[in-house]
Design a protein. Structure first.
Length: 174
């Protein structure tokens, strides 16, 4: 079977943010995972009431930044067999209120509203946290409401970093 396809290629800019901090890896991971509670889609569906706004307000009660963790991956144990000495964790987080609003405008935004953050150790003491600035990707949709949603995600992400004890990066300024 073969389907017809209309192909569109859009170039978009990504801004990768690398934060090298003196925070101990285990402390930073614990702070992040305490501040951003885990919530799978299955768990969200069991908590969901008919009132979406009440659901998202409840999430913000548990996580003031509004983010929840939808996935956590710790590749270190596997990658040490490939010779890596760094400890690493990758999180996927989402702000359901903002993601849902943007999805109603353009469903393809869901790919850019689920944010990935990575933390790892280096030979130097401390931890490196790496993430992409959400507004950079979302701006490429060329719609003002989506661009505004990207700026909201930037602010919420900056709030989250402050909540775990890191200064707000200049790329995520209010």
């Amino acid at each position: 079977m073969s389907y017809d396809v209309e192909e569109t290629i859009s170039e978009h800019r990504a801004l990768r943010l690398r934060l090298a901090t003196n925070a101990h890896f285990d402390s930073l991971v614990a702070a992040f995972e305490t501040t951003v509670p885990a919530l799978s889609d299955e768990e969200a569906l069991t908590q969901l009431t008919p009132d979406w706004a009440a659901f998202t307000r409840g999430l913000e009660w548990e996580s003031p930044s509004g983010f929840v963790r939808t996935a956590t991956w710790r590749p270190s144990e596997l990658l040490q067999h490939a010779g890596s000495r760094s400890r690493s964790v990758v999180w996927t987080i989402v702000h359901h209120a903002i993601a849902a609003r943007l999805h109603r405008i353009e469903p393809a935004t869901i790919r850019d509203t689920h944010l990935r953050l990575e933390a790892h150790t280096t030979a130097q003491p401390g931890t490196v946290l790496t993430l992409d600035v959400p507004s950079a990707q979302l701006r490429s949709f060329g719609t003002n409401k989506i661009t505004q949603g990207g700026a909201e995600l930037d602010r919420a992400l900056g709030d989250l970093l402050e909540d775990i004890g890191l200064p707000r990066p200049s790329a995520l300024r209010r």
